[in-house]
Design a protein around this ligand. Sequence first.
Ligand SMILES: [Cu+2]
Length: 68
Amino acid sequence: MSSITFAVQGMSCGGCSGKVKRALEALEGVSATEVVLESGAVTVQYDAPATPESFRETVEDLGFDVVS
Ligand SMILES: [Cu+2]
């Protein structure tokens, strides 16, 4: 099990953070996701075949920016 935390810009309400959380948790290999709306911090716990690159793509496809 790996864990990564990154910052997402552009989430303005609980709808945004919920959308990010659901999209990441729908990825194969992701077991848990925590999204903190106030700071934009997103933490993902995952195993293969999920990768940090796939998290970035998923978040950006929703219209948000991954800044770290
Ligand atoms: Cu929103």
